[in-house]
Design a protein around this ligand. Sequence first.
Ligand code: ZN
Length: 113
Amino acid sequence: MTKSTRVDRCRWCGRRFERDSGPGRPRTFCRRSCRQRDYEARARAKELGLGDAELVVARQRLDELHDGIAMLEAAIEDVERDISEAPDDPAELDRALQWLLSAARPLANLRLD
Ligand SMILES: [Zn+2]
């Protein structure tokens, strides 16, 4: 039997991590601190009478998430237009790709904790 790894997403922060498919319960968090935060959030939710699927998130983090999504939506619209207007212009496509990446990166790096 070969030992294989598969990539999972941390249940708390969403970061990707490799997990061994060895014996025992599979890891669902990338770090011990994420498991701890998840535990604390669940305990807090229980105190507040929230359901297991509900989560208390700082307003500032949620605002950052919404801002990031809005920026990404705008970039997607721009890039779709650029591609349809200049489908054969490599310089334009490169510029569009860079713009899309610059809009997507803040979201990829955003953590809610
Ligand atoms: Zn994590």
